[in-house]
Design a protein around this ligand. Structure first.
Ligand code: SF4
Length: 104
């Protein structure tokens, strides 16, 4: 294990390939829904379920921010507690490797 600049331990057992594979699977589900005329993100959210399917561990999700990067500032965040990528509920102060800064 190595220490990041903020002093937290970062697991080394996940490759960049694993992360990209998880994101690709999520994108594939969304694209498949578009082909058949269903919005899987909107449908899942409307049903009270979060649409993300990538396991939190594979994207190193953490329930606290990484600097100024946090779910509430991410383009994948669906308020109040869902993510388009990560499975299960997330908190607005959370963070993972799929963070994308929300456009201003
Ligand atoms: S930081 Fe990660 S968990 Fe949070 S909303 Fe963005 S993609 Fe989802």
């Amino acid at each position: 294990m190595s220490k990041e600049q903020n002093g937290t331990e970062k697991p080394q057992n996940l490759s960049r390939r694993d992360v990209l594979k998880g994101i690709a699977i999520t994108a594939g589900v969304v694209a498949a829904g578009a082909v058949v005329g269903v919005n899987p993100i909107g449908a899942a959210h409307a049903a009270g379920k979060c649409p993300g399917i990538t396991p939190k561990a594979s994207l190193q999700y953490q329930p606290h921010p990484k600097g100024k990067e946090q779910c509430s500032a991410c383009a994948n965040f669906i308020a109040p507690h869902c993510c388009k990528v990560v499975a299960g509920s997330v908190v607005p102060e959370g963070y993972c490797m799929a963070f994308i800064l929300k456009p201003a």
